[in-house]
Ligand binder design. Sequence first.
Ligand code: S3P
Length: 449
Amino acid sequence: MSSHGDPIPMTARKSGPLKGEAQVPGDKSISHRSLILGAMAVGETKITGLLEGQDVLDTAKAMRAFGAEVTHHGPGEWTVHGVGVGGFAEPEDVIDCGNSGTGVRLIMGAMSTCPISATFTGDASLRSRPMKRITDPIAAFGAKSYGRDGGRLPMTIVGAAEPVPARYVVPMPSAQVKSAALLAGLNAPGETVVIEKEATRDHTERMLAGFGAQVKVEDTDEGRVITLTGQPELQPQTIVVPRDPSSAAFPVCAALIVEGSDVLVPGIGLNPTRAGLFTTLQEMGAELVFENMREEGGEPVADLRARFSDNMQGIEVPPERAPSMIDEYPILSVVAAFAHGKTVMRGVKELRVKESDRIDAMARGLEACGVTIEEDEDTLIVHGMGPGGVPGGATAEARLDHRIAMSFLCGGMASQQPISVDDAGPIATSFPVFEPLMESLGAQLVRSE
Ligand code: S3P
């Protein structure tokens, strides 16, 4: 089932060369943060290039429920009139974050040091995901939480009336947990210290500094130590959201595996904490070129050109690279199936608690397509069958997971027989224009029965 409405089965067939330019939408992580930080600033934040996927629309709706004025002016153009740090009003109804772990976790963090209560829920995928990783850090600031067994949604958070600053060591590599703790620390007096052992995407730190908060980041033996001074007055910003590298991954990878392809994906955010996939693809021998490297809105940006690559070799992906490509393992495992030799992905157990258990979803779907897979709790190994070597001819379960659906559809553009997904509906959470955009490049996608 899709999160909103009936399932949309879809089939991808072997496609002619993919050619042309792919304008992918705005970055999902930065879009959520633009709305949330905009809502915590005093005055009007202007955003262009906002991703208008369902996940971000749900965050916009939530920010309205907490008292911010969020206005849509035109495609990607939004303003947020913020209520200031600590200024959130108590929502009148349950906050439904749909499919979005980032939305719910960041918002829980942000409201947890305000003297209000809020109840959160989401779709079946989000209701199955662990929230203890958020309720633990926010408890350190004085918030209380009441959820279902196993720390699942629906969950009520009672914000701390008298928040205290905290020192929190993030136990798993998670930008969502780090960000929830930092957003909680915003309304605690004094210094909050958040420590991550492995560097994860740093948009929250960058954007907090941009909004005028005092944030210090140090690399120490303990890890990355982030020190935030609480209760600043955040200054409204003008934000240009770069295009999402995690969405760019789909046209890029499809071009690498579909014979004769040559696709340009302009204006992609290449923050080093997000760009691990592209390094990995280059190590595999992908014909991937970065053109016109530049900086836009404080983030490195480039145009990516991807060409069909018939000599990609499987590699051992360094586990320490995982946080910088955590959302890209599903599409990488499809590329790996079309490479020569074995691709070994270790240190990836966080994939088991994403929108779906992504190790299991990819393993079962690829096996159904004729690919040999090995897996354990923390590892996925794909035995490549070479360009054009994947039989296909199967239907993969999308499991309410946009990236699983898009990964199998890209695979179906290059496999011998078509590949279907049982529900392409979740794609709308992050990449609403996936279908027309891929079709404009030459992909053969059909809505099936
Ligand atoms: C995100 C962090 C990652 C990522 C998600 C977006 C963010 O999740 O998978 O798609 O915007 O902070 P984790 O923090 O759970 O690794």
